[in-house]
Design a protein around this ligand. Structure first.
Ligand code: NAP
Length: 267
């Protein structure tokens, strides 16, 4: 696919991967609409992209807020009168230790990593159905099939997203010519994993190149890097008794916060 003049909406455009994707697409001649919460960072990125004569709009958007998402989609459509590609990459990684089991943390993760994409779909699908074309690519994670100690909320939010995207894929393609892409990164050295031990992590620029090339080829699943893809596939085959023997420290990874026991009973 030729990206020239394509209208691309990006959520999480201020992040490690989001900013690199915006830069690559800008060099390809796309027209961009960038969204995230940090408005000053969006302004800075837009200024940087003006070097490539990129048409770019941006607006503060908290993806937990459905009205912000409606406004983001509507601003993009009003500005360019079409939306060819949506790259939904906003996300958070928050540990949820069992010593302080807190449903509000879990809800926040589900809201940002899962529900936000559902809101985007609600507003994007009617536009793309009318166009009878479009690509919606959303960021899940490579290990989206097995639970990991201490990271249940993140895993559940991404597993739900992967499954939802898969459930849409064939139908929207066959009925309306819309492509659904699930992006499944392994470790990428962005602010999200700062201070955590992640051997073999890719640089965000490399990850962005893989993602942009995958979208160009309309790959249904974009997963990387290869070694982590293979290890994850092997791990997915472990029977439960074997999987449960993986050391907890290894699952939580270096940098996991130490949490004191909380003895207070919630009633
Ligand atoms: N890095 C990895 O190793 C890795 C691995 C697997 C999957 N992923 C997934 O890849 C995606 C991109 O991650 P990254 O590594 O680039 O992370 P990052 O550098 O931490 O960037 C996260 C982005 O999400 C935005 N965001 C967070 N909460 C938001 C909210 N409530 N409303 C709007 N925007 C929000 C942030 O922008 P503001 O703070 O400006 O709002 C930022 O632009 C995420 O979905 C992540 O789960 C990452």
């Amino acid at each position: 696919m030729d990206f020239k003049n394509k209208v691309v909406l990006i959520s999480g455009a201020t992040g490690g991967m989001g900013e690199e994707i915006a830069t690559l697409l800008s060099k390809e001649g796309c027209r961009l609409a960038l969204f995230a919460r940090r408005e000053e960072k969006l302004a800075e990125i837009t200024k940087k992209l003006s070097e490539y004569k990129t048409q770019c709009v941006y607006k503060k958007c908290d993806v937990k807020n459905k009205d912000d998402i409606r406004d983001a989609v509507s601003l993009t459509y009003k500005q360019y009168e079409r939306i060819d590609i949506a790259i939904l990459i906003a996300g958070i990684l928050v540990p949820n230790p069992i010593q302080r089991f807190d449903s509000s943390l879990i809800k926040e993760t589900i809201d940002v990593n899962f529900m936000s994409n559902i809101y985007f779909l609600e507003y994007l699908l009617p536009i793309m159905k009318k166009q009878r074309s479009g690509i919606i690519a959303a960021a899940s994670t490579l290990p989206d099939k097995r639970g990991v100690a201490g990271w249940g909320a993140y895993g559940a939010s991404k597993a739900a997203l992967s499954l939802f995207m898969e459930s849409l894929r064939a139908e929207v393609q066959q009925r309306y010519g819309i492509s659904i892409i699930t992006i499944k990164p392994g470790s990428v050295e962005t602010p999200m994993i700062e201070g955590k031990y992640r051997p073999g992590a890719l640089q965000p620029e490399e990850a962005a190149k893989i993602i942009v090339n995958g979208i160009r080829k309309r790959q249904k699943i974009i997963e990387f890097p290869l070694m982590q893809v293979l290890l994850t596939k092997i791990e997915n085959l472990f029977p439960v008794w074997m999987y449960d023997k993986l050391p907890l420290d290894m699952q939580k990874a270096e940098g996991y916060p130490t949490v004191e026991e909380e003895y207070e009973l919630k009633t």
